[in-house]
Structures are given as structure tokens and as C-alpha cells.
Unconditional design. Structure first.
Length: 416
């Protein structure tokens, strides 16, 4: 069997690896010139298996005036004459319900638990050096009200098997001394020892190399412009000519809606733009030992250590602005300022300023598995959790393609 995977980000490459491990012939097509050039390259680096609550939740509705008016808001909507943006936005507002948010969290926690196992297995099997570490995660809250909301979520997730601990300010500083200078801004936090961090871009580079070593064909600079799929197989149109296969997996991230439409699929997948910097940390300078999320700023910090190489990935913000590829200086400066104030570290040297486009559905549930086009399969829509959910998403898609029972309930992720 020959399967073409469209997209060489973390979702597509992990899918390709699992297909290859099953003995299938695999071709990966990527519009960019190398692997992992989209949302995978400079993402927040956190593997947040217990932090999967969706962006669409009731509190967002009350914050809309600020989100629309404040230029410095962590979550910013830029109006465009784009029907997809409007359809996505209206569906997002409909998803901002308590029951929907809880159902999404349940489904994503199960998928994330599977993903943890698969991702760590792939890292081991493929001998990938991506600064992987079981560092744990500390989420900081600025006031008593935010901490109370976090406690309610903690109690809900405890019933779903998550081990998390509510900490006061002093316990947060004891857990991560690099936060000492920021103590006055912390009311408390939630500590989750099971979480991890790793460099997703390095993972993509290494996995692409391993796939090629084992016989997979990776074609970069190859944009798919058309898809025809039925029970007899898949025919793809590219600038380099037509390609044929038994099956194809659509894993092209934030471009999935446009390409899916050419196959007759209606995919509500919209790009959520985010930013990052990667701070070199000299010996002797403070480097957090754990992953940190500052909910006040909506900024994450992840230590990436490989030998003598010490880096801090700092990432954040959500902008609904289509595929606007400008790296805005104000956003980069905000990340640098967060690094100074939260960690007490002065960013210096090449910070590799970056922006990427997280492929999100309105509910936060990715689209995984079969489509009405029979031989065309989906692995898209993980949003800000692409790195976290990549392993589990790939496992569900491969099992569905091969006609196997799913390791977790796949119904919440079905195309409708």
C-alpha cells in the first residue's frame, strides 16, 4: 500500500513514521523547502498533556470588547473580508459553552494520554535528540479569582486521572526559584509533575531524516493544488505533475481548509498566529528548571537543554489575522519584556524571532480519521496543542486507515 502524507510538520511526519513502521510505502509532500517550517518550528516547546482545556470557554464572551479594542491584548481579532474567518468566529462563539468545554477537555485528555506514549516511543525508536525532558509544568495565576477558577478545573480533571497540585505563592517560588523576582505578581499556581518539554523543530528535522534513511520519499517545495479521491485511490495535482496513491492523509496545518475544499470537504480550520523567541542562556544565568505558563501575560517559558547548549523558548499570543507572515516587533519586545520580568533574564544575542500559524478548529477538537472521500484521511486542527497531540493524533489516523479499533474514543474527532 502506498500512502501520501500532505504536510511535513509534526503531525504529518509522525503519521508518516507510524505508517512506515507498519510496512507501508510512504511519500511526504511539503510546500515549504524543509521539514517543520510551519507551526512546528518555533512553537512553545511544551508538551502539556494535562492542559488541554479549549480556548472556547464561557469567560471569553465577556472579554470580547477588550479583545477587539486593545491592541496589546494577548488574544486579538483582526477583521478581514474572509468568509472562513467569519464562519470560524461564529462557530467559536457557539462553542463557548460550559458543557462543550468540558466535553472537549475530556476528549483531549484521553488523546493527550495516548499522545504521551506514542511521542516518547517515536523519540526512542528514531533516536531523536530534541532536548526532551520530563521537566514538569507550573502555571501561574495573578489573583485569587483566577486561582479559584484554576482550582475548579483541577478538581474536574482529577476525576479524569490528572495528578495536579495547587500551590500558594511561596510554594511556587520554592518549586521554581527563577521566579523569585516576580513573586509579587503571583497569587498561586498549579504544578503538574507529569508534563514535558522538547524542541519540536529539532524533532521534525530528525524524524524527516530517519524517514528518508528508511526509504520514505520526502518531496519539499511541492505544493498540492488539487485532490481527487474515491474508493479506487487518490490523485493529487502538483506543480511538479500528478501523483497517485492508494490513500492520502491531509496534514497540512493551517492550509487545510483551502486544500480540503478542493476535495469537496468543508473544514473549519483557521490559522491562529503566535510568536516566539529563543533565548540563549549563558552559564551562570538563571534558567528555569520547569516549564512555566504565566496566565496574566498568556506567555509560556520552556527550558531546552542539550549538552552545553542552554536555551529558553518564550512564546505566546493568539491573533486571528489570516496568514499574515509579518513578525511584529511589538510582539517580540513583549516576549523579551516578559523574560526580563518573569524570569529575571535579559534576552541577548540572536533571539530567532518567529511567528507561526496554529491550525485551530472552533471547538479545539482536531479532525482525525475518515472523510466521505473514502481514501482521503484527516489529521488537522490541533491548534496550540499540535506538539502535545501529534503522537496520539497520528496513532488514531493510522489505526483508522488500517481498519483497526482506536486506542481511545475517536468519535469526538470525526469529520461531520
Amino acid at each position: 500500500m502506498h500512502v501520501i502524507v500532505i504536510g511535513a510538520g509534526v503531525a504529518g511526519l509522525t503519521t508518516a513514521w507510524l505508517l512506515q513502521q507498519e510496512g507501508l510505502r510512504v511519500t511526504v509532500l511539503e510546500r515549504a523547502g524543509a521539514a517543520g517550517q510551519g507551526a512546528s518550528r518555533g512553537n512553545g516547546a511544551q508538551l502539556s498533556y494535562s492542559y488541554v482545556a479549549p480556548l472556547a470557554e464561557p469567560a471569553v464572551v465577556g472579554k470580547l470588547p477588550t479583545l477587539l479594542a486593545d491592541e496589546d491584548s494577548p488574544l486579538k481579532f483582526h477583521f478581514q473580508f474572509d468568509p472562513l474567518q467569519w464562519r470560524w468566529g461564529l462557530a467559536f462563539l457557539r462553542a463557548c459553552r460550559f458543557e462543550q468545554a468540558q466535553a472537549t477537555t475530556r476528549a483531549l485528555l484521553a488523546l493527550a494520554a495516548l499522545s504521551r506514549r506514542v511521542t516518547e516511543q517515536v523519540i526512542g525508536e528514531a533516536r531523536i535528540d530534541c532536548a526532551f525532558a520530563h521537566s514538569g509544568k507550573l502555571v501561574l495565576y495573578p489573583d485569587a479569582a483566577a486561582l479559584a477558577t484554576a482550582q475548579a478545573q483541577l478538581q474536574f480533571q482529577a476525576g479524569l486521572g490528572c495528578e495536579q497540585h495547587l500551590l500558594d505563592r511561596a510554594a511556587c517560588i520554592a518549586r521554581e526559584p527563577a521566579l523569585a523576582g516576580y513573586a509579587a505578581q503571583i497569587a498561586g499556581g498549579v504544578w503538574t509533575p507529569s508534563e514535558a518539554a522538547a524542541d519540536c523543530g529539532a524533532y521534525c528535522d530528525a524524524l524527516a531524516a530517519r524517514l528518508q534513511e528508511r526509504g520514505a520519499a520526502l518531496q519539499f517545495g511541492t505544493e498540492v493544488t488539487g485532490i481527487a479521491a474515491d474508493k479506487g485511490g487518490v490523485r493529487l495535482h502538483t506543480a511538479r505533475g500528478p501523483l497517485h496513491a492508494d490513500h492520502a492523509v491531509l496534514a497540512n496545518g493551517s492550509h487545510a481548509a483551502q486544500l480540503g475544499a478542493r476535495a469537496g470537504l468543508r473544514l473549519l480550520v483557521y490559522p491562529l498566529k503566535g510568536y516566539s523567541i529563543t533565548v540563549p542562556v549563558p552559564a551562570g544565568a538563571p534558567l528555569p528548571q520547569v516549564s512555566i505558563t504565566d496566565t496574566r501575560r498568556k506567555v509560556v517559558f520552556a527550558p531546552l537543554v542539550a549538552g552545553a547548549r542552554r536555551l529558553l523558548r518564550v512564546a505566546g499570543f493568539v491573533e486571528l489575522a489570516g496568514h499574515d507572515e509579518r513578525v511584529l516587533p511589538a510582539r517580540i519586545e513583549a516576549l523579551a519584556q516578559a523574560t526580563r520580568e518573569v524570569i529575571g533574564l535579559e534576552p541577548a544575542g540572536d533571539l530567532a524571532p518567529w511567528c507561526g500559524f496554529r491550525p485551530a478548529t472552533p471547538t479545539g477538537l482536531p479532525l482525525l480519521g475518515a472523510t466521505p472521500r473514502k481514501t482521503l484521511w484527516l489529521n488537522v486542527g490541533q491548534g496550540a496543542l499540535g506538539w502535545t497531540l501529534a503522537g496520539g493524533s497520528a496513532r488514531l489516523v493510522v489505526d483508522a486507515l488500517l481498519g483497526r479499533a482506536s486506542a481511545v474514543d475517536a468519535r469526538p474527532f470525526a469529520y461531520r
